[in-house]
Design a protein around this ligand. Sequence first.
Ligand SMILES: [Zn+2]
Length: 203
Amino acid sequence: MTTPTGRIIEDVTIPAGGHWGRVLRPGQVLRIVDLEGRQAVDFLCYNAGDPRERYSAADTMKYASTIFLTTGHGIYSDMGRRLLTIVADTCGRHDTIGGCCSAESNELRYGVKDTPSCRQNFLRAPEPFGLGKKDIVANLNWFMNVPVGPDGAMAIVDGISKAGDHVDLRAEMDVLAVISNCPQTRNPCNGFQPTPIRVIVRE
Ligand SMILES: [Zn+2]
């Protein structure tokens, strides 16, 4: 992993199944490191000044003309504004369509009750910033591999990220960034074994 440049203002390891949130100032860069590889990192972001403006999966895909985001692509709000820019990506495969896991979807899909989930983390992580259930929208998944076939078939399959793979996201405005380090063990998004990630913020 290349050493990040600039003054580091936060550097934390998020345990398997953990969550994180922070307001990024314009120009600050958030690095998300998949420490051991094949770990899905569920992600949401908002205009920190007015969180009613938030990540739009559909608009982000339309502006990028692809469902597979990588270096150079913008992460856009539902007001047509760029929240973040992907300035580095050593993995090259992330998911924009699969959404997050929830206790409810795990019960429906896998017949298990009361599992830890990204939905639960998305309720906890933004809570200190005054956000709640109505603020959870379709999210982005770093390092999650969801290929789509020519017939439209899609599935969560084995991730391709290696230990140390990372994305760097530059804030283009005041952005509240929220992470759920996915606890899923019922499909291959985390190699059936959730692992820690590292988050570094620099300016
Ligand atoms: Zn999850």
